[in-house]
Design a protein around this ligand. Sequence first.
Ligand code: SF4
Ligand code: SF4
Ligand code: FES
Length: 234
Amino acid sequence: MELELVLKRGDREIIKVFSVPSSSHMTLLDALWYIKENADPTISFRSMCRAGVCGTCGVKANGKPVLACSVDISSFGGRVRVEPLDGLRVIRDLVVDHEALVERLRRNRVWMVPTSENKPLPPSLFRRLERGYECIMCGLCDSVCPVLIQNNSFGGPMAFAKAYPILLDPRNKDPRWQALALKENLINACTHCKNCSLACPKSVMPEALISLEENYLVSLGLLEKNRQEDFGFL
Ligand code: SF4
Ligand code: SF4
Ligand code: FES
């Protein structure tokens, strides 16, 4: 098995090719660690949980965003080209800066301001909201969003997906305040292309959650029905 690594170092782009023994159940992350430990200790990539939970190991493999710890290298055939994710500043090699993702969470006010009463969620409501809880904030969806590429004022599918269960949680003190943040972050500029849902490794389906949020904003009188924000390319 061959790995072609596209490594970004300052203004330079270095391409290095390594052979790794492809044993069964070897993930792309295992292969990167194999290279680091046996061939080139200078390569940089990021990992923590190795279990698809922490969301830190996103890279592009053969042009598609993936969690390196969650894909089997045998699924790529004999060769795979590994690059840093699109749309985020590259710190070094395959490591991208997640600060832009955190900033979008801040801008969209993605946190709970609880009511004084802390009742458990009814199971039926929990099932409606659980897609949003599954989001591990890996940013793969943001890296493929054409609206974000066009305009950084857009809130991004990750923050919108993460906001969904908070917005509709009855224990949230001021959902209108959060709904306003989604409007200010131009949620209705989403073109519903579904790139984000196709890229998501946890099947969160951010595009579907954005549709539900838009409907909710319409019900609050914050958006006009079927009116899409125009960034000049619609
Ligand atoms: S569906 Fe909307 S949020 Fe998702 S990638 Fe397309 S434009 Fe971006
Ligand atoms: S919605 Fe999916 S792709 Fe986007 S950050 Fe959450 S888990 Fe990652
Ligand atoms: S290392 Fe945590 S999701 Fe891959």
